[in-house]
Design a protein around this ligand. Structure first.
Ligand code: DGJ
Length: 723
C-alpha cells in the first residue's frame, strides 16, 4: 500500500510487515525510515533540514553541509555531497554537477517495464509503484525513481529511469539503481570466493568510510556476488534486523556501505562506475537494472525466505519453476572430452537402467574439440566423435526414453576454430594489442547483432535437429581488452553493459523460440549466479566443486539470497575431482537433494551396491523434491563439525531435515537439533515417536551419533493429522 500526503511531503510504502517512509524537504526527497511496519503521527521532524551538522546554529545558505548530511533517495554528485553518489552526469560544457529537485510523483498499478533487462514480474499479484520525479533543469535530466510493492511480499523492487530532456547529449558517468540510509551499529554481510569456492559468507562491522564489493570482469563473478545484507550486531538466524539488496543484473556491479561522520550508513548498489559511461542523447532514456530491497525484523532466516519466495514467484519465469526437474546424468565428470557415440549410448543405457530421465552431453561434442584449446564457436557436431550426427544421437537417446540435454558456451570463440578463421574481428579485442587468453579462449563481441544472429541460428538448428530439452549455457572466462569497433571512442565504456544486454537478448530469443526448454546457466561453476540469470533460467550450476562437505557450505552461503530449488547440484565420484576428499555416497545425495539433483559421474563404473543406492536416492528425490521446490528453507546449524538445514512444507505439516557431519568430533555429547518453522501445538511423528512442534523447536530432535567424516542423516518428519 502506498500513502501519499502531498502537504506534509510524506510517501509511505507499506508491505505486509515493513514500511519505508520517504519525505520531501526543501525540494529534496530523503529516506526517513525503512524497517518494521509502524504507525506514525508527527512527521515534521523527519529528515529535518534546519540542523546544520558543522555548526550548532541554523545558517541559511549552508548547502554543502546539507547535501553531505541529507539522506537523499538518489544522491547526486557536485553540490556538496561528498559521500558516494548514486548519480553523476557530464554535460556538454564538461561540468558534472547535478542537483536533483523533487518536482512531483505518481503511482501506478501497472509495474513499469524496464526495456531489455531482466526484472521482477507481477504474475497473479497486485502491485503498486511509486514514481518520484527528480529534475535538474540545468542538465536537462529527469530521474524517475521507482519503487514497486508486491501484495504477497516484503521485498520492494527499485529501479531508475533517466531521461535526457535537454538539447544536447549528456554522459552518464554513474547511474546506480538504489540507495538506502540506515542508522546505528551495523554489520555488513557479503558472499565472496573464487572458482570452486563460491559464495562464502563474510560478516564484518560497518566501519567509517566505504566498504565495497563488486565485479569488473564482465560477469557478476565468482569473487563477489551482487548481493549484500546489513544487519545489527546482535542479529541471528531467528532474531534481529536485516536489510538487503540483490541486483537483478549479471554484469559489472558495485555494492557498498559507507558510514559517515554522523554515524549514518548509506548502502548503494548499481552498475560499476569504473567500467561504465553512457552517452544519453537528447530525448533518450537510460534504464538502470533493478535492485530487490528486503527487510526482516526477525533475523536472517526470514530475510532469506523473503528473497526465496520473491525470486521463485517474481523473478524466475520458467515453466519449470515449480515442476519436478528431470534427473540427469552429465557427461563432464563422467568422461570430460574423452567420449564417442558408443560411450555415450552406454552411459544412456546405464542411466536408463538406474532410473534417470536425461543425458546431458557437456563440453567436447562440436568442431574438433578434444581439449580446451579449440573449436568454441563451431557449433556443429564433432564428426570424429559422433559420426552419425546429432539428429541421430538425439533419436537414439530418445528411443531409450531419455531426454537429451546439450552444453554450449555461446559467448566464446577459440582462435583455432572455423568461426575465428572466418571472423577474427568478432573476438573482443583492441586493434593493435595482443588478446589476453584465458582457458585458451577469447570472448565474442556480444554487442554485435551479427554475432548474436549467428549464435542464435547455430544453437536453434541443433536444438531443433536433436530435439534438445535442456541447455547448459556456460561462460568460462573473464573479459579483457574490453572494446568494440562498433562504438566510437567516446562511447567505449558502454561496452560492458551492452555486452550483457546482448547475452540477455540471445537468451530471451532462445526461450521465445523454445518455450519448454530447461535452461541452466553456468559460468565456470557459479561465476554468474545472480537474479539477472534467474530471470532466464530456473537453475544455475552452483559450483564446479561437487565435494559434499564443501558444497554444503557453498549452498548454505548461496541460500542467504537464492532459493535452493535454483541451485544446480549433482552427485559425483570419490575421491572428489576437485578436492580429493571421500564422502559417503548417500551424503553426496543428501546435499544434491537440496538443489536440482542429478549425477555427474561415469555410471558404467558403479558397483552393484551403488546402483541400488542410486535407486534409493531417486526414490528420495521423487518423494521429497516438492519440499525443495515449494517448501521454506531454514538454516539450522553451521560449525566445523556439523551443517544442518531443513525444508518445511507450506502448511507446516511435513519437514525434511538434513544433518551433515563434516568432521567427527571425538567423545561428542548427544546432540539435540533445534528445528524451526513447525506448529508449536502440532504433533509430529518421527522414528515411531511423537513430539510436539514446540519441543522440536525449543528442546530439539535427538540426533544419533554418526561415525566418520562426510556422513549424514536425512530425517523426514510429518505431522499427525486429526480426522
Ligand atoms: C565449466 C563448468 O562449470 C563445468 O560444469 C563444465 O561444463 C566445464 N565448464 C566444461 O568445459
Amino acid at each position: 500500500m502506498i500513502r501519499i500526503d502531498e502537504k506534509k511531503g510524506i510517501f509511505a510504502l507499506y508491505t505486509k510487515h515493513t514500511c519505508m517512509i520517504l519525505k520531501a524537504c526543501d525540494g529534496f526527497v530523503g529516506l526517513a525510515y525503512y524497517g518494521e511496519k509502524i504507525r506514525f503521527a508527527e512527521t515534521d521532524y523527519l529528515c529535518r533540514t534546519d540542523v546544520r551538522p558543522f555548526t550548532p546554529d541554523k545558517l541559511p545558505g549552508e548547502g554543502v553541509s546539507f547535501h553531505s548530511a541529507f539522506p537523499h533517495v538518489y544522491p547526486f554528485y557536485g553540490c556538496g555531497n561528498y559521500r558516494e553518489s548514486a548519480f553523476r552526469v557530464e554535460q556538454a560544457d564538461g561540468s558534472d554537477t547535478c542537483c536533483f529537485k523533487y518536482i512531483g510523483c505518481s503511482t501506478s498499478k501497472e509495474k513499469p517495464k524496464i526495456p531489455n533487462l531482466p526484472q521482477s514480474f507481477t504474475r497473479n499479484c497486485n502491485t503498486e509503484t511509486l514514481i518520484l520525479y527528480l529534475h535538474d533543469a540545468q542538465a536537462g535530466v529527469l530521474a524517475e525513481i521507482m519503487y514497486t510493492l508486491f501484495q504477497d511480499s516484503d521485498v520492494i523492487a527499485q529501479d531508475v529511469k533517466i531521461q535526457n530532456q535537454g538539447q544536447k547529449p549528456v554522459m552518464l558517468r554513474r547511474a546506480f539503481s538504489s540507495c538506502l540510509h540506515l542508522e546505528g551499529d551495523l554489520e555488513l554481510i557479503t558472499l565472496n570466493g573464487t572458482w570452486a569456492r563460491e559464495r562464502h559468507v563474510q560478516r564484518e562491522p560497518v566501519r567509517y568510510g566505504v566498504q565495497s564489493i563488486g565485479s569488473l570482469n564482465g560477469a557478476s563473478s565468482h569473487t563477489h556476488n551482487p548481493f549484500l545484507a546489513v544487519v545489527r550486531p546482535e542479529t541471528t538466524e531467528t532474531s534481529g534486523e536485516a536489510w538487503g539488496m540483490a541486483f537483478v543484473y549479471s554484469g559489472n556491479f558495485i555494492a557498498c556501505a559507507e558510514k559517515d561522520y554522523q554515524e549514518k550508513t548509506q548502502i548503494l548498489m548499481g552498475i560499476h562506475p569504473d567500467t561504465f559511461c553512457w552517452e544519453l542523447e537528447s530525448g533518450k532514456s537510460f534504464y538502470t537494472p533493478e535492485v530487490l530491497l528486503n527487510y526482516s525484523p526477525r533475523g536472517l532466516g526470514r530475510f532469506s525466505r523473503n528473497y526465496h519466495d520473491f525470486i521463485r514467484n517474481h523473478i524466475i519465469r520458467s515453466k519449470w519453476q515449480y515442476q519436478e526437474r528431470p534427473v540427469l546424468v552429465n557427461s563432464w565428470e563422467a568422461a570430460y572430452f574423452d567420449f564417442d557415440t558408443d560411450k555415450l549410448l552406454h552411459l544412456a543405457d546405464t542411466a536408463l537402467a538406474c532410473g534417470l530421465d536425461m543425458l546431458v552431453l557437456d563440453d567436447g561434442w562440436f568442431g574438433h574439440r578434444d581439449d580446451d584449446t579449440t573449436s568454441l564457436g563451431d557449433w556443429f557436431v564433432n564428426e570424429e566423435k559422433i559420426p552419425e550426427g546429432m539428429e541421430w544421437l538425439g533419436e537414439e537417446i530418445q528411443r531409450r526414453n531419455l531426454k537429451f540435454g546439450l552444453w554450449f558456451e555461446p559467448e566464446m570463440i577459440s582462435q583455432d576454430s572455423e568461426l575465428f578463421r572466418k571472423h577474427p574481428e568478432w573476438a573482443v579485442q583492441i586493434p593493435g594489442r595482443d588478446m589476453t587468453l584465458s582457458r585458451n579462449q577469447c570472448v565474442l563481441d556480444m554487442t554485435r547483432p551479427e554475432v548474436r544472429n549467428y549464435l542464435f541460428r547455430s544453437m536453434a538448428d541443433i536444438i531443433h535437429e536433436a530435439d534438445i530439452s535442456y541447455v547448459k549455457w556456460d561462460m568460462n572466462r573473464q573479459i579483457t581488452e574490453a572494446y568494440t569497433p562498433t562504438l566510437p571512442p567516446h562511447r567505449q565504456k558502454e561496452f560492458f553493459h551492452r555486452y550483457i544486454l546482448g547475452v540477455y537478448e540471445l537468451q530471451e530469443q532462445l526461450l521465445k523460440t523454445f518455450p519448454d526448454l530447461l535452461l541452466e546457466n553456468c559460468a565456470g561453476g557459479g561465476g554468474r549466479f545472480d537474479c539477472g540469470m534467474l530471470y532466464y533460467s530456473p537453475q544455475i550450476w552452483c559450483s564446479d566443486n561437487t565435494d559434499a562437505c564443501d558444497r554444503a557450505e557453498i549452498q548454505l552461503g548461496t541460500s542467504l539470497c537464492y532459493p535452493p530449488s535454483c541451485m544446480g547440484a549433482h552427485i559425483s565420484v570419490c575421491p572428489n575431482h576437485t578436492v580429493g576428499r571421500n564422502t559417503d555416497f548417500m551424503t553426496r545425495a543428501h546435499v544434491a537433494l537440496a538443489g536440482t539433483f542429478g549425477y555427474e559421474m561415469d555410471l558404467m563404473r558403479l558397483t552393484a551396491k551403488q546402483v541400488k543406492q542410486i535407486q534409493e536416492q531417486l526414490k528420495l528425490y521423487h518423494q521429497y523434491s516438492h519440499l525443495t521446490r515449494e517448501g521454506r528453507f531454514y538454516r539450522l546449524m553451521q560449525n566445523k563439525y556439523w551443517i544442518a538445514w531443513q525444508f518445511v512444507s507450506t502448511e507446516h505439516t511435513e519437514t525434511l531435515v538434513t544433518v551433515i557431519q563434516i568432521r567427527n568430533q571425538a567423545n561428542q555429547v548427544r546432540k539435540h537439533l533445534k528445528l524451526q518453522g513447525l506448529i508449536p501445538e502440532g504433533i509430529y511423528l518421527f522414528d515411531g515417536k511423537r513430539y510436539t512442534g514446540g519441543q522440536l523447536m525449543k528442546i530439539g530432535l535427538p540426533i544419533a551419533p554418526m561415525w566418520g567424516d562426510g556422513v549424514s542423516r536425512l530425517l523426514h518428519i510429518t505431522m499427525e493429522l486429526s480426522d
